[in-house]
Structures are given as structure tokens and as C-alpha cells.
Design a protein around this ligand. Sequence first.
Ligand code: UD1
Length: 364
Amino acid sequence: MNKIDIIAGARPNFMKIGPIVHAINKHNSKNPAKKVEFRLIHTGQHYDKKMSDDFFEQLNIPQPDINLGVGSGTAAWQTGNIMMKYEEAIKEWKPDLCLVVGDVTSTMACSITAKKEWVHVAHVEGGIRSGDEKMPEEINRMVTDSITDYFFTTSEVANTNLKKLGHPEEKIFFVGNTMIDSLLGNLERLQKPLLYSENNLQEKEYLVMTLHRPSNVDAMQSLSNLLQNVNDHVDERKVVFPMHPRTKKMYDQLGMNYKNLLITGPMSYLEFIFLIKNSLGVITDSGGITEETTVLGVPCMTLRNSTERPETVTIGTNEIVGTDPKNIIPYLEKLISGEWKKGTIPKLWDGNTAHRIVEIISQL
Ligand code: UD1
């Protein structure tokens, strides 16, 4: 395979594709006769500077060759528009392989389009499942994996899931986690956010919270109960809360103030990782953050009923708290009293995953 489209659409994709782009460039400079040509395609699902451009800049990812500019809309609207626009882009260049990452709307939309145009599909982070079909990401994973030709997996559980689904072993490549490549590759470059000094935050004396899933933020009463419980059970510590645009909309409607919550906008990558690395613990409904906290050894509470990343719980620092706002209280008490479990790092989450992927692709 030597003509590849690399697809990125939403914030959690950018730290997954960055290391792959860098590994291809490295491969090409070492093997000028066996170059892997690629186009970087941004679907435009996320478009704010703080949700997109800042990540490209900080992770030294080149500007996309094509931006499909899809913008916001319902999942069906986004899917349809991405498919129509990506279909045109495929016809122009005729790639051999479409490489998608993660589980966002762009991942599914581009993989379907590619497959229908007889372009092979590679799915980085294939095979993971939460079992919760109410999550749009779970549908995206199921659909994408059902038409994927080459799976690049992050865990043994993902390998087992794929084999159970009948995918042949020779299509499954257990390579590790490219999001962790970005994390480990940038630890020396982290940036202290302004709010750290402005609020006199001290190492391991504050928490970080992120929320964006409809199950946590779309119902006003439960969002308000959750924020109140967090505010009241952190023993006067500060909780830095960088808000996703959807959460901000609901929060503004609440019209409340919580004295221990430090509300801010979406953060840049290098600042956000600085914050979680130095925090006492993290409260989140994201999946990717549970991987980052596991590698950093930072306690993490997941405000969901399931996870597609079970290794973050079985061997990492993550605990599944559920979505009932009162569940968080005993977990916060455990954290504050210093009784959180210690974790270890999952196999192959070592910073070299993208190189493994590129080596395999160049030989396909
Ligand atoms: C998407 C992913 C989710 C991921 C999350 C991280 C899907 C199904 N979900 O959810 O897995 O964890 O990204 O952020 O793809 N908006 C802006 N500016 C932007 C982008 C979005 O203001 O740059 C607003 C819009 O009002 C939009 C809303 O945020 O309607 C939600 O964006 P959307 O792309 O639909 O999904 P996310 O909730 O961000």
C-alpha cells in the first residue's frame, strides 16, 4: 500500500494521527525508494481553533491537504455530508488505503465511503467495545470494524473481540496505542497554563474534570447535582473544569456558581496534559483521558456505566463510577484520603506504536 488517506475529524483524532504522520515522514526519509505517499484529510467535524488548529500546531502536524469543512449538525447530517465530500476526494486521487482512527462520526463516514469505492480500510484502535449501543461511538466502532481490512489494536481484549466476531487473525495487528505515542513524545514539552499560577495551584493538590457526553450534560438537574456534589466533596481543593462547547451551553443555562470549580474553555493539548499529570485525580466521561491517566499513574473516575477500555480499570488507575450524580461521593472520599489503587501500564503502550503501524503498512 503506498497511497494512503489519513482521516482526522474531531479532537480525540488529532493526537492519534500525529505520530502516524511523523512515522511515515521518517520512514520515507530512510527508504526513499519505498516511499509511502499520503494525504491528510480533515473532515471539519471539529473546527474551532481550540478544538482543532491548536492541536495541529502543538503536535507539529502539517496542515491537512484537504479540509472537507463539514461543520456541526446531527450525526446523520454530518455522516452524509462527509461521505459525499470524501467520495469526490477519493475519485480525484484513488488511494490504496484509507486509514481511520478512533470512533467518531468522521471515522465511520470515511470508512464506509472508502470501502464502497473499493479502497481498503485500516482502523487504528479497532476492536474495542463498551457494549453500550446507546453511545454513538459504539455504533461507529461496530460499523467501521465490520468493513475494516486491517485492524491496528491497542489491547488483547480488542484482539479477542475481533476474533470472536469472526475476523481472521492475519488481519489483526496488535501494535499498542498511538495516543500514548503523543503523550510520551511530548512529556518534555508540556506547558503550564496561565490559570495554574493565577489560581496558585499546587502539584497533587487540585483535580481536573471534563464532561461532554449527553448522559452527563444534557439533563440540567443531574448536571447541577453532579457539579454540586463534586464542589462539596473535594475538601476545599480546586477542580479545573475545561468545558466542551456542548457542556458550556448547558452550564450557562444553569446560571450557578460553584466556588471550588475553576471553569475554563477547551484547553490546548500541552496545557491539558500538564494539568492532568500534576493533578491529584481526574473526573471524566472521556475514553481517551482514561488511557492517559493510566500511563501517567493519575487516579481517574469515569462518569459512565461502561468502558470500551477495560484495561484502564483492570490494570490501570481508572474506576467506573456510573452516571448517578451521588455515586461520585465515595470515590472522591477515597481519593482525598490517599487510598486510590496504584496501576501499571498496558502492554505495548510504549511510545513506538506509530512506527509499528507504518512498518506493517509499508509491507502490505
Ligand atoms: C465528538 C465525538 C466524541 C469525542 C468528542 C471530543 C462523535 C460521535 N463524538 O463529540 O467521541 O469524545 O468529539 O470532543 O463523533 N462544536 C463547537 N466547535 C467545534 C466542534 C463542535 O462549538 O469545533 C459544538 C457544536 O455545537 C456541536 C457540538 O459541539 O454541535 C458537538 O460536536 P460534535 O462534533 O457533534 O460531537 P462531540 O460532542 O464534540
